[in-house]
Design a protein. Structure first.
Length: 450
């Protein structure tokens, strides 16, 4: 069992994060609760900034906001000198609302709507990462209508099969993302982009997947991309200024996960680009990386209150918590695994083996199988580790559960950054058609009409 960031066990035997007793946090803010270790997020940002921009000034780190995005997170990211990658009008709106500088925003997505593109053009985002020819043509037209031009990267699939869960693999040829390099579609897209009047082609983008541990996958990607840059030059006489290598850097979730060092990752990527640029006599492109999970993943801990405990002797002991696949869909989606502790019994010997179930009406709503815990009982606080990425951002209202609150903890202070949803939030967008308002049972419930 690994403790992360500022975690420690205090004198009461309680788990503490950012100097805050998690049992007190559960009392103050309720459960389920996402607790984010602000110092650890900042440390990760600084590690990336130092390893890339600090060491190689011709590189830039942008945070992939889909991993975890709120207004406060935008402020944090900006204050650490990183850019931002957004994939929808909603993420873009959040960033702009937080005052994030538009020129440091990269706009991704494989099916941007007309409204989203117009919104981004009007906001003057730094780059559009164009996924396909259809989008390229739309962007050309919409730019024309607004009498503006767009700086773009074209997304390509370099044909790298990273060793990760197949749902989070994205660089292989059979993918919904990007133009394939090996069959000529990428070259076709580049030639098309070069012909268009309102498009400034700055470079290519690729993203080979997520939760990747092997640095060779990145080195191989750089080699394929730089070779292709050279091929494009040979065929068109055009040279790219920028090379965006996406994100995907793996993190620790459970014992056995061995993430590489960020400095080593940066050195391998940057030295490979440099070496190849020199060999090919190609001007060094500006290199962009887009970490998401590795910035926020380990910094997040979800607190739950234990409810019913169901022992099936000789089979399994189910321990149910007050959240589940609604606040963490990753186990159900990807068979993701997590470690956890009983926060109020953090230094007690782990004498029991239990499986943690959520409260949703799905047998697949299981958070952790076969977890070793001290004697566990209703009212205990369970702390699940490494839930900072793709938990809050993927949360849902299934079963009409309310999304949990999010707090940033640091130096003994806890600041609410997202309020817990209320029952009213759940019906906020519901509409009763006029003709149903006459319905008797409903009028009894609402008391509003006879
Ligand atoms: C999801 C995504 C990222 C971030 O991936 P992580 O695994 O969270 O680092 C970066 N770039 C693109 C294009 C993505 O889709």
């Amino acid at each position: 069992m690994k403790l992360h960031g500022t975690m420690q066990v205090n004198d009461k035997g309680h788990l503490e994060i950012g100097g805050c007793d998690t049992v007190d946090l559960a009392k103050e803010f309720g459960t389920p609760l996402y607790v984010m270790d602000e110092q650890l997020i900042r440390e990760k940002c600084r590690e990336y900034y130092g390893a890339f921009t600090g060491t190689y000034p011709d590189s830039f780190v942008i945070y992939a906001s889909k991993a975890f995005l709120t207004l406060a997170m935008c402020r944090l990211v900006e204050s650490e000198g990183l850019g931002l990658d957004v994939v929808s009008g909603g993420e873009l709106y959040t960033a702009l609302k937080a005052g994030f500088p538009a020129e440091k925003i990269y706009f991704h997505g494989n099916n941007k709507s007309r409204e989203e593109v117009n919104f981004a053009l009007e906001a003057k985002v730094g780059r559009f990462v164009v996924d396909n020819i259809y989008e390229l043509e739309c962007l050309e037209r919409l730019c024309g209508a607004l009498r503006t031009k767009a700086d773009i990267l074209l997304r390509v699939t370099p044909g790298i099969e990273a060793h990760t869960h197949e749902y989070i693999q994205t660089g292989q040829i059979d993918s919904k993302f990007g133009l394939v390099v090996s069959n000529g579609q990428a070259m076709e897209g580049i030639k098309k982009a070069l012909e268009l009047n309102n498009i400034n082609l700055k470079g290519l983008h690729c993203h080979i997947g997520s939760q990747i541990f092997e640095l060779e996958s990145y080195q191989h990607t750089v080699e394929v991309m730089m070779d292709f840059y050279n091929k494009v030059y040979a065929e068109t006489g055009f040279r790219f200024e920028e090379l965006n290598l996406g994100g995907g850097f793996g993190i620790y979730y459970v014992s056995g996960d061995k993430p590489a060092n960020i400095k080593t990752y940066a050195a391998i990527v940057m030295e490979t680009v440099r070496r190849m640029a020199e060999e090919m006599n190609y001007p060094m492109p500006r290199v962009i990386v887009e970490p998401g999970r590795s910035i926020v993943g380990e910094a997040g801990t979800t607190l739950y209150t234990v409810g019913s405990v169901k022992d099936i002797p000789g089979v399994r002991k189910y321990v149910a918590v007050d959240g589940g696949m609604t606040d963490n869909p990753r186990p159900a989606l990807y068979q993701a695994r997590y470690e956890a502790v009983v926060a109020n019994k953090a230094n007690q010997p782990r004498v029991d083996e239990v499986s943690i179930a959520g409260k949703c009406c799905e047998s697949g709503d299981m958070l952790i199988w076969d977890l070793h815990v001290p004697a566990i009982e209703p009212g205990d606080i369970l702390a699940v580790f490494c839930t900072g990425a793709y938990n809050y951002s993927m949360s849902s209202n299934y079963n009409r559960l309310m999304r949990p609150a999010v707090v940033f903890v640091k130096d003994g202070h806890a600041d609410l950054v997202v309020k817990r949803e209320t029952l009213d939030d759940l019906v906020r967008n519901d509409v009763i058609p006029e003709r149903m308002k006459k319905n008797k049972p409903l009028s009894v419930v609402t008391g509003s009409r006879q």
